[in-house]
Write a protein that binds this ligand. Structure first.
Ligand code: OGA
Ligand code: NI
Length: 375
């Protein structure tokens, strides 16, 4: 499909594999290209079917809708039953129609969020010789790594983005295994995000009409995979993307973005900006949540534009399955309580391991990994 098409149109002696390899071998990432002062982006970053100028124009004409904002002030403490009910209702509506919402007053301190962004910035902006030590694609062998485009060799086209990645739960690396420039903040941030995830899972369980602890008891909340993205300023932002159109693989993602903007979600056939709100976190549902909810909740495509300004920094906590060996063979299928004669299961059962292996093997190619498990 897409990869062959692009290869076929890249005649004229262009050796895409060699270009990818030389970029990868530099271990300097997209930041290395930006720092070198390129005025044209390398060809393997060019998205051939992109008509961003059109997209940007239609957005400025303006769809007035935006992702719902949920205020969590007092959740679990001072909420009256009617407040709780109202919030659960808001969350349900957001999960059914957007697959996204933003949360404010969520208990993660603003200063910690700012320090988290700065920690990711320090990592990516440190001396190249030191940063190169972390460069790897060996997710099985390395606990903490950095690279550019996890799917560089699988996806049809590369994105204008570098990423620091590590699994932080259920097992966290020893502090000394984390990069010194952001070690302390990663650990503190992770603890607060796990607390928030607990709250979110309760609200989602209730929004599905289930016991508040339901999602916790099926172990949706145990794994936390951390990705600290760095999107350098791009000289030709209309030709590429910061992150291509994709859905997330796990149950939920808790995303911290700085104030630059560029994140968009697909809604009613349009790309809608998820504008940064100071102090807010973005919550979105992943493919496995759509699967277990049997399409009641949706995992929706999103992307990040490349921009002339930058860097843009974001931190996504992908809340998902525990890593092997814990539960890697656990089966997920549509929740029985949500099924009926009129609402039969849409998906077959899958192990988290198979599902995620498939997701990573295909890369960000615009095809939902859920297609793989449809009945
Ligand atoms: C992701 C993602 C968006 C962003 O990491 O899956 O969609 O703003 N990130 O970086
Ligand atoms: Ni995503």
């Amino acid at each position: 499909m897409a990869p062959e098409l692009i290869l076929a149109s890249d005649g004229g002696g262009y050796d895409r594999q060699a270009e990818l390899k030389s970029f990868d071998d530099s271990k300097a990432g997209v930041k290395g290209l930006a720092d070198a002062g390129l005025t044209k982006i390398p060809r393997f970053f060019v998205h051939h079917q992109l008509d961003l100028e059109l997209d940007r124009a239609s957005e400025s004409l303006g769809s007035s809708s935006s992702v719902p904002v949920v205020d969590l002030e007092g959740v679990g403490r001072s909420w009256s039953p009617s407040e709780r009910k109202r919030t659960v209702e808001l969350v349900r509506e957001a999960c059914e129609t957007w697959g996204f919402f933003q949360v404010v007053n969520h208990g993660v301190p603003a200063a910690l969020m700012e320090e988290m962004v700065q920690g990711v910035r320090r990592f990516h902006e440190q001396d190249l010789e030191a940063k190169r030590e972390w460069y790897s694609r060996d997710y099985g062998g390395r606990k903490v790594l950095y690279n550019s485009n996890f799917d560089l060799y699988q996806a049809p086209v590369a994105n204008w983005r570098d990423t620091l990645a590590c699994a932080l739960a259920p097992r966290s690396p020893d502090p000394q295994e984390l990069p010194a420039v952001c070690r302390d903040v990663i650990i503190e941030y992770k603890d607060r995000i796990l607390e928030l995830a607990d709250t979110i899972y309760k609200l989602l369980s209730e929004a599905l009409g289930l016991d508040p602890n339901y999602l916790k008891t099926i172990h949706c909340g145990e794994g936390l995979f951390f990705v600290g993205h760095y999107y350098p300023a791009c000289p030709e932002p209309d030709l590429t993307l910061g992150t291509g159109d994709h859905t997330d693989s796990g149950f939920i993602t808790i995303l911290l973005q700085d104030q630059i903007g560029g994140l968009q979600v697909r809604h009613q056939n349009q790309w809608i900006n998820i504008s940064p709100i100071p102090g807010a976190l973005v919550i979105n549902l992943g493919d496995l949540m759509q699967l277990i909810s049997n399409d009641k909740f949706i995992s929706v495509s999103h992307r990040v534009l490349a921009q002339k300004i930058g860097p843009r920094i974001s931190v996504a906590c992908l809340m998902r399955q525990p890593l092997p060996p814990e539960n890697s063979s656990r089966l997920y299928d549509p929740i029985k309580e949500l099924l009926s004669e009129e609402n039969p299961p849409i998906y077959q059962e899958t192990t988290v391991k198979d599902f995620v292996t498939h997701y990573y093997a295909k890369g960000l190619n615009g095809v939902s990994a859920l297609e793989h498990v449809k009945l």
